[in-house]
Design a protein around this ligand. Structure first.
Ligand code: 3PG
Ligand code: MG
Length: 386
């Protein structure tokens, strides 16, 4: 159990507040394809504005690896936020430095300033104290974190920065509090079977939570790119499919009777192939096949607790969306406590039209996975109510 300090207990009236969010939303070019992560910050922003705070908003986007890259600019998020909240959002081209400091200092009560991508500076991912100090200068009075999706990262704006403030000047926002409340329910699972449905591209970075989940869950249904790696670990030829080669050994270790893998997959040309036959050299698995959909759906139907993270295939292309959409439906129709986490799975659930039948839609992917697996998240630990 973790309890954190929350923004409603914080004295923010007239304060300059640093507000860390996770606006790392799915994009096509500069078009936001799912704004959930932005929408979910509106309650905290409204609360801060009602209490006459001035708000400096900061986020990362993508993985620009410590240098400026226009492709990862947060400018589209500025326009979206302004539209959603119905107020002007000021902008500065860099998240630290003289110009940012000047603009932050000129904010009037209730005004918001969005900073450019934190990850344009290496100090962010290095959890660098000097970088954190430069951020703090923009909003020296209080710190609020709603970036649940990034709270498993020991990065400067998540960990080093809040530690610079007095403890009772830091808190989680309303979104962070709600995430913890719901995810906690699934962490102490009493309603079984507990089924984890996992997909997405990679295993790397998810190894520890996967190992923990294998212990906690009754069944792990694995699809998407992640399944390719598990299948390759069984010696099946996956052709040109995405396989996380560095994680083959891990996949071997995790594989057990609890881990259920696809029986068939859909190839680039739309044909379906039985996994047991293997794929020929140039073939790529891009979705789970109909037998797999039936099998996974049957398991989900009997589940009483379900956690879903990661799509079953390249669902952004209509031809390869059937598996992911069928899972959205099966999760929605199950008579179970259901949680869906991760940018892409959330996008899929919304597209499927079943979103309002999911118990909790988490804004965190890796973060929700780690939380459920019992890991300590640096961003939450620093906000722990003693
Ligand atoms: C996410 O989308 O998973 C979060 O925003 C964290 O991003 P990261 O995996 O690049 O740290
Ligand atoms: Mg991620």
């Amino acid at each position: 159990m973790i309890e954190i300090r929350t923004v409603d207990q914080l004295h923010v009236d007239g304060s300059r507040v640093f507000y860390r969010v996770d606006y790392n939303v799915p994009l096509e070019g500069t078009t936001i394809t799912d704004a959930t992560r932005i929408e979910e910050t509106l309650p905290t922003l409204r609360l801060l504005r009602e209490r006459d705070a001035t708000i400096v908003i900061a986020s990362h986007l993508g993985r620009p690896k410590g240098s400026r890259n226009e492709k990862y600019s947060l400018k589209p998020m500025r326009a979206k936020l302004a539209e959603l909240i119905g107020a002007d959002v000021q902008w500065v081209d860099d998240c630290i430095g003289a110009q940012a400091e000047q603009k932050a200092a000129q904010l009037k009560t209730g005004q918001m300033l969005l900073l450019e991508n934190l990850r344009f500076h290496p100090g962010e991912e290095d959890n660098d104290r000097d970088f954190a100090r430069a951020l703090q200068r923009l909003a020296p009075d209080a710190y609020v974190n709603d970036a649940f999706g990034a709270s498993h990262r020991a990065h400067a704006s998540i960990e080093a920065l809040p530690l610079l403030y007095e403890t009772d000047h830091t808190a989680g926002g309303l979104l962070l509090a709600r995430e913890i409340e719901f995810l906690q329910k699934i962490t102490n699972v009493s309603d079984r079977p507990f089924v984890a449905l996992l997909g997405g591209a990679k295993i790397a970075g998810k190894i520890e939570p996967l190992e923990a989940l294998v212990k906690q869950a009754d069944t792990l249904l694995v699809g998407g790119g992640m399944a390719n790696t598990f299948l390759a670990a069984k010696g099946i030829n996956m052709g040109a499919s995405l396989v996380d080669k560095e994680s083959i050994e891990v996949a071997k270790r995790i594989s057990s009777a609890k881990v259920v893998l696809p029986l068939d997959v859909v190839l680039e040309d739309g044909s379906v192939v039985e996994v047991s036959k293997g794929l020929t050299e140039k073939k790529k698995a891009l979705d789970i096949g109909p037998r797999t959909i039936a099998k996974f759906s049957e398991v989900l139907k009997k589940a009483r607790t379900i956690f879903w993270n990661g799509p079953m295939g390249m669902f952004e292309k209509k031809e390869f969306a059937a598996g992911t959409m069928a899972m959205a439906r099966a999760v929605a129709e199950a008579n179970a406590v259901t949680v869906v986490g991760g940018g892409e799975s959330v996008e899929a659930v919304k597209e499927s039209g079943y979103a309002d039948r999911i118990g909790h839609i988490s804004t965190g992917g890796g973060a929700s996975l780690e939380f459920i697996a019992g890991a300590k998240l640096p961003g939450l630990e620093v906000l722990r109510a003693s």
